[in-house]
Write a protein that binds this ligand. Structure first.
Ligand code: NDP
Length: 446
């Protein structure tokens, strides 16, 4: 890494102690930017690196609520409004006990470049809480969401900041959040949250978009080697929103999906994952994935260990959480003949594992490119809200597919232009960075 990048990285490490995931995300982007800084000295002159690593605004707030037993519970809420050079802050809310400022900053930082890659006019932000919705009643989830929005609403707006879902925040939570926003403001501002239900301002395909988009990106990568999803042995981690719709699209394209997981363990189903059963277990009944194996009745097994990668795959789709696929897993996958890895989750692959995949010539798609279909379709939802229109499933899916192809092609072309053909990590980081950096230059020192 060259001088100005090292200096800027040192500053990030010093000013944000103990935010390890944020450090990792910055490091990963900076690793790609050497040739960019050499070619465009104007970015260093305007301190673009230092400014892009400093959120425009960070909001941390108390979220008090009362549980079913009448006890007062206190959680912590976050919204990091990272960069609005390209448009209003846009990025999901995560409800998970592991959420802290460093996690939200890593996700918000990634979001800047991902949103830039979509080609849509959206800036980067992220938020959430250390609230754990698992095991909570409907009433508890609703009261928590209402309390969370009672503080957050003052920072939101369709021209300011537009959150969506992430881990632990799906259609149910978005409904409660939107309801409270509407109640407090007395305005039906559909464009203030995305991931809404289709009958009240949501977009068709938004639910499916991240998982579908990840597979569509992987398909484009496979195509560069004359391959397709047809007949591939696919392993997916997670069994939430992203994982389930990645499985659905992979199956539609002829893949044989044999395993998926959750935070407790994984299921191996050599007969092929029964998606309707998986949806019933995880999305409807909100049970652990072990219930899938119990009900499947075809010899599918449950392994109480979330290292799903040990079953081997030709295409691997990590769709659960950060740093869930390490060098050990990468070696197992490479030994099993993996051709492509596409990140449905944000930063699920450790830097050591990414390096191993790249050295072995495995096609590797970083999350900021491969999972950008979710936020891109959120931007399509905003377009429909602004024009008070609603598009058909097929039309919206065609738009998503075109966006994923475009992201793929631009990442590939940029990687080539900057002397790293086939390196989608470099391609995504550089393409995403250039657009934001140019906008930051144009907007002056703000
Ligand atoms: P969900 O909450 O719907 O699902 C998350 C899945 O990952 C669940 O199966 C969960 O298990 C599992 N999981 C969560 N934490 C861990 C952990 N520490 N170890 C193992 N498994 C874990 O979230 P999403 O599907 O929405 O999000 C998944 C990933 O995709 C995240 O990285 C998110 O940031 C990213 N992403 C999501 C987008 C979206 O549109 N939703 C857009 C772009 C990226 P369990 O069921 O046991 O909780």
């Amino acid at each position: 890494m060259q001088g100005q990048l090292e200096t800027a990285l040192d500053q990030v490490l010093r000013r944000n102690p103990a935010e390890l995931e944020f450090h990792q995300a910055v490091h990963e982007v900076f690793d790609s930017l050497g040739p960019v800084m050499r070619k465009h000295p104007q970015y260093a002159d305007a301190a673009v690196l230092e400014r892009i690593c400093e959120p425009e605004r960070q909001i941390i707030f108390r979220v008090p609520w009362v549980d079913d037993a009448g006890r007062v519970q206190i959680n912590r809420g976050f919204r990091v409004e990272f960069n609005s050079a390209l448009g209003p802050y846009k990025g999901g809310l995560r409800f998970h006990p592991s959420v802290n400022l460093g996690i939200v900053k890593f996700l918000g930082f990634e979001q800047i470049f991902k949103n830039s890659l979509t080609g849509m006019p959206i800036g980067g932000g992220k938020g959430g809480s250390d609230f754990d919705p698992r095991g909570r009643s409907e009433g508890e989830v609703m009261r928590f969401c209402q309390s969370f929005m009672t503080e957050l609403y003052r920072h939101l707006g369709e021209y300011t900041d537009v959150p969506a879902g992430d881990i632990g925040v799906g259609g149910r939570e978005i409904g409660y959040l939107f309801g409270q926003y509407k109640r407090i403001t007395n305005r039906y501002e559909s464009g203030v949250l995305t991931g809404k239900g289709v009958s009240w301002g949501g977009s068709l395909v938004r639910t499916e978009a991240t998982g579908y988009g990840t597979v569509l990106f992987a398909q484009e990568m496979l195509r560069t080697r004359g391959q397709s999803f047809d007949g591939q042995r696919v392993v997916v981690s997670g069994s939430g929103n992203v994982a389930i719709f990645a499985i659905e699209k992979a199956q539609q394209l002829g893949a044989h999906v044999v395993a998926c997981s959750d935070s407790g363990g994984y299921v191996l189903d050599e007969g092929g994952i029964d998606l309707e059963l998986l949806k019933q277990v995880k999305l409807v009944e909100r049970l652990p994935v072990s219930a899938y194996a119990e009900r499947r009745g075809n010899g599918a097994t449950y392994v109480p260990d979330w290292r799903v990668w040990e079953v081997g795959a030709t295409v691997a789709l990590p769709c659960a959480t950060q740093n869930e696929l390490d060098d050990h897993d990468a070696k197992r996958l490479i030994a099993s003949g993996v051709l492509a890895v596409a990140e449905g989750a944000n930063m699920p692959t450790t830097p050591e594992a990414v390096a191993l995949f790249q050295e072995a010539g495995v096609l590797f798609a970083p999350g900021k490119a491969a999972n950008a279909g979710g936020v891109a379709t959120s931007a399509l939802e905003m377009q429909q809200n602004a024009s008070r229109d609603s598009w058909s499933f097929d039309y919206t899916e065609d738009r998503l597919a075109a966006i994923m192809r475009s992201i793929h092609d631009r990442c590939a072309a940029t990687a080539e232009e900057y002397g790293q053909p086939g390196n989608y990590v470099a391609g995504a980081n550089i393409t995403g960075f250039l657009k934001v950096a140019d906008a930051m230059l144009a907007l002056g020192i703000i």
